[in-house]
Design a protein around this ligand. Sequence first.
Ligand code: ADP
Ligand code: 5GP
Length: 205
Amino acid sequence: MKRGLLIVVSGASGTGKGTVCKKILDDLPGIAYSVSATTRAPRPGEIDGKEYYFLSREDFKAWIAEEKFLEFAEVYGNFYGTPLNKIEERLNRGEDILLEIDVQGALNVKKKCPEGVYIFLLPPSLEELKRRIEGRGTETPESLSRRLANAVAEIKIGLEYDYVVVNDTVDNAVAQIKSILTAERLKVARNFDKFNFKGDFLNET
Ligand code: ADP
Ligand code: 5GP
């Protein structure tokens, strides 16, 4: 059984990770989304267990103590973590898993799983990033300026990733991510089985 791909997508808040990842998951039904846990409050329309597992700080600490996380990090004053949730067994069963997590978490996962596919999503410009966060209408003026101030530092960490995709249009970004996944699946290291030719025609000559 071929091991699945661990796909990690990060980028500054407001770049469009959620939007792009949703389209990838809709278009490529074989990929499972890793639902993170968070202590932040749900946004309108977010459902517990779908976008996130919404936990109290006490419950989040209990999950840490029970070693239920592959990684966790504090982002903008709230905790976020990737539940272990049998990720290793699922990859070994050939399942592809998509993690949409912040840069601190991604670098921690990269140390544990260097064979993962690390994709950094960039906004076309900082002005467009600001417009997108404002347009989403989810932030207070304070949290907007905090996210923008942090974006520049976060974007520099993108240099540590394997791939960079500019989210100019969602369709372009999704097409580029699909190309990355196609190339990753064609790596020799993932396809040793294809080199095992059976048959004895070589003995016939
Ligand atoms: P993130 O998950 O990175 O914080 P979101 O997916 O919530 O970002 O996107 C932030 C806002 O930008 C949303 O209102 C979304 O509709 C919009 N958006 C996402 N991608 C694009 C794009 N390529 N062009 C224009 N707007 C976009
Ligand atoms: P938001 O509150 O906008 O949904 O997410 C804020 C940030 O937390 C985003 O950068 C998002 O990628 C990140 N994030 C979401 N889930 C996780 C996770 O499980 N671990 C880490 N480290 N970051 C996460």
